[in-house]
Design a protein around this ligand. Structure first.
Ligand SMILES: C[S@@+](CC[C@H](N)C(=O)[O-])C[C@H]1O[C@@H](n2cnc3c(N)ncnc32)[C@H](O)[C@@H]1O
Length: 463
């Protein structure tokens, strides 16, 4: 991370927000002392809230001072044992009123991650600084960006969840307007770099420069995260990383040539979901809220309740006797708004485990196999429907085959680093035409073929 800084000014004013024991500052100082273009002076401001770690941070800062002195670099450090959000918001607000503080020209950070509730003090503070975000790490990044001087550089390691997803859209807009992305480093495997921490999110390193001008290209690099592991990198046109036509401003991490080939193939598909007359919704039955209506096995007055555990080889297999989940929901007045007409739908899991081979897992609900007037889809599922009605079977089969292809899966992973598949993500995907999907669907019989055969079929029919 320290080696990614490019500007080498004579005087560096470095910010580390959430400094911990100062590992990143130490790396920065080591890099500066060892470089050919040494600065004259480094002034560090380190924010760390946790009192228990402040002593270790102090020690690191002293060690940095010694190292700088040996290299003939002036060093000063300000350790602020306080809440960065609070401090930064007040700095940003002072700037708004024209009382400007000397801004930083470098920021290195590994911010804390935590959801922030919409009515919390932190959220209100961020709002005062004009930042709307629901996670602490994006709050840190946005504030650090605001505290940078023009052309100041930022290198941060953080989850890649901000790259897509509706909740991060205001953050993406603000951050990408302020900052010019230069490099995104993706770790191939979650396990290597963070094997000691229980990190579920995939992490990336972001290098960006404060400037409204966008670069022609962004370097996307990857490595396993193991020390000394091979790093591959390629320059991607900026418009491929963030499409100028995408109002969501998703950030596509197209890491390898093979990923690029997938992107090119996917570009062939240009049909928005709405044009096919289809919509996607999230399952309406939130099981803990509807507890009193759930029953283990079907009875006379119940409708099938479908969970991801009912997915089986491309079709819903229901019921699952003896399973952990209830198989049915009472079909009574109170539950009418939770149920949909018994018809053909394509279901997609919203959450997949890390071990699952594919991120996008689709399956067909077929009312000929499960006879019921109404059906409940549990909230861990998304379902495709034709404006509230079912789909014709050929279209459903074609759509499920397309979604279950390796092509879509690889494409999807380029902009979605977590194991959650949002309805928005699927809504924003571009699809083959309805006729193409129907024709693909006609090639599929009563059971879906295995992955290799399915991929070959999708390739042959659609590409
Ligand atoms: C992910 S750790 C990174 C530590 C260090 N920078 C590193 O890379 O090893 C995030 C740090 O932020 C600190 N932190 C959490 N909330 C904070 C806040 N509101 N203000 C300042 N620091 C905070 C935590 O105590 C923790 O040390």
């Amino acid at each position: 991370m320290a080696s990614l800084f490019e500007a080498h000014p004579a005087e560096i004013r470095l910010l580390d927000a959430g400094a911990g024991d100062g590992a990143l500052i130490a790396a920065f100082v080591r890099q500066s002392c060892g470089g050919r273009r040494r600065p004259k002076r480094i002034a560090v401001t380190a924010y760390e809230l946790d009192e228990a770690i402040v002593l270790a941070l102090e020690r690191t800062l002293h060690a940095c001072e010694r190292e700088c002195r040996q290299s003939g670099i002036e060093f000063s450090a300000e350790l602020r044992n306080e809440d960065f959000i609070e401090a930064a918001v007040s700095l940003v607000r002072r700037d708004l009123f024209g009382v400007s503080s000397t801004p930083f020209n470098a920021a290195i950070l590994n911010p804390p991650y935590r959801k922030i509730n919409s009515d919390s003090h932190t959220r209100r503070l961020l709002r005062e600084a004009g930042i709307e975000t629901s996670n602490l790490y994006t709050g840190f990044l946005a504030l650090a960006a605001k505290l940078l001087a023009e052309n100041g550089e930022m290198v941060a390691i953080c989850p890649r969840s901000f790259c897509n997803g509706p909740y991060f859209r205001p953050f993406r807009e603000q951050f990408l307007d302020m900052m010019s992305l230069r490099r995104l480093h993706v770790f191939d495997s979650r396990s290597a770099a963070f094997q000691h921490d229980e990190v579920l999110q995939e992490n990336i390193i972001v290098h960006a420069v404060k400037s409204p001008e966008k670069p022609e290209s962004v370097i996307i690099s990857t490595s396993s995260g193991e020390v000394g592991g091979k790093v591959t990198e390629r320059a991607c046109p900026y418009s491929e990383v963030i499409s100028p036509r995408d109002p969501e401003r998703f950030i596509h991490l197209v890491a390898a040539e093979s990923d690029e080939a997938v992107r090119q193939k996917m570009r062939r598909f240009a049909t928005p979901l709405a044009k096919m007359g289809l919509e996607i919704s999230t399952g309406r039955v939130v099981d803990f809220r509807a507890k009193q209506f759930l029953v283990r096995e079907a009875q006379n007055d119940t409708a099938p309740l479908i969970y991801p555990c009912h997915f089986n080889g491309g079709f819903v297999h229901w019921p699952k006797p003896g399973g952990r989940k209830p198989n049915a929901i009472r079909d009574v007045e109170h539950t009418q708004e939770l149920l949909v007409p018994g018809a053909i739908y394509v279901l997609v899991k919203r959450f997949t485990s890390k071990e699952e081979r594919r991120r996008v897992v689709a399956c067909i609900y077929d009312p000929h196999r499960i006879r019921a007037e109404r059906v409940g889809f549990e909230n861990h599922l998304n379902y495709f429907h034709a404006r509230g009605r079912g789909l014709p079977m050929d279209l459903a089969k074609g759509l499920a085959a397309f979604l279950n292809s390796t092509l879509v899966d690889v494409y999807f992973r380029q902009f979605n680093g977590h194991t959650q598949v949002n309805a928005t993500d699927l809504r924003n995907l571009h699809y083959p035409t309805r006729a193409e999907l129907e024709s693909l669907g006609r090639k599929i019989g009563d059971a879906f073929p295995g992955q290799a055969e399915l991929d070959a079929l999708v390739e042959k029919e659609l590409l």
